[in-house]
Design a protein around this ligand. Structure first.
Ligand SMILES: C[S@@+](CC[C@H](N)C(=O)[O-])C[C@H]1O[C@@H](n2cnc3c(N)ncnc32)[C@H](O)[C@@H]1O
Length: 217
């Protein structure tokens, strides 16, 4: 069974609970599951010190990462998702775990308010470069890297100078734009933070994008 089929089997099942970084997380069907070998756990392992930071998570899914970030001492955590079901799960998991996060439904940076900026922006992207065939695949597929490109393009407006973004990328994703190409010509740099090769052969990465202060001084 391919990695994608395994993910689909997990995402497309009945509701379930996950234990995640000391949190109890309800995961409804069609919402990305932060299971042991998920990209959620991979991102969690490379999180920087988030104490006193303002953090935005795009595509929060079950809210596992957003809640872990709040639990680790972030000042403010805004978590968005396109999916109504994911936003309901985030609200529910915030209550279940007694943590306050600001959940907003919408597309990419749409729910971010005018002039709102963050120290850290996170997106565990849908990683597979293939058409979306059903609702479960909204959490898994990014045809032609459209989301990836829009995400990178929007970062300079949303990340404070000196701040950073962390996002996932994989060998099954559309390629990253080259460093000299738009949108990376905007102030900031992309570099790999961690990489893991799965048994199935796919390579997963967490990449950082840094908003370089020098450009703004
Ligand atoms: C791989 S899942 C990650 C979920 C969660 N952050 C985690 O790590 O467990 C990707 C998430 O992105 C959301 N998503 C997909 N397209 C989106 C968009 N255009 N705007 C906001 N969220 C989106 C999906 O609904 C899904 O919850």
């Amino acid at each position: 069974m391919s990695l994608h089929d395994q993910h689909i089997a997990i995402v497309d099942r009945a509701a379930d609970y996950a234990d995640f970084d000391g949190l109890r997380i309800l995961v409804p069907s069609e919402v990305y599951h932060p299971h042991e070998w998920s990209s959620t756990r991979f991102l969690l392992d490379v999180l920087p010190d988030v104490r006193d930071l303002d953090v935005l998570e795009i595509g929060g899914g079950s809210g596992a990462l957003a809640l872990a970030i709040k639990r680790r001492g972030a000042r403010k955590v805004v978590a968005t998702d396109l999916s109504e079901k994911a936003c309901a799960a985030m609200e529910c998991n915030a209550l279940l775990n007694g943590r306050e996060i600001d959940v907003r439904q919408g597309d990419m940076f749409g729910p971010v308010r005018e002039e709102e900026c963050f120290d850290l922006v996170i997106f565990n992207l849908p990683l597979m470069d293939k058409p979306i065939l059903n609702r479960a695949e909204v959490a898994l597929c990014d045809p032609d890297g459209e989301l990836l490109t829009r995400f990178l393009r929007g970062l300079p407006e949303i990340v404070r100078p000196g701040g950073m973004a962390l996002f996932t990328h994989a060998s099954i994703s559309a390629p990253l734009p080259s460093p000299s190409a738009e949108p990376l010509g905007a102030p900031g740099r992309i570099s790999p933070v961690a990489e893991s090769r799965r048994e199935s052969g796919e390579i997963f990465r967490v990449c950082s994008w840094r908003h370089e202060c020098a450009h703004w001084l």
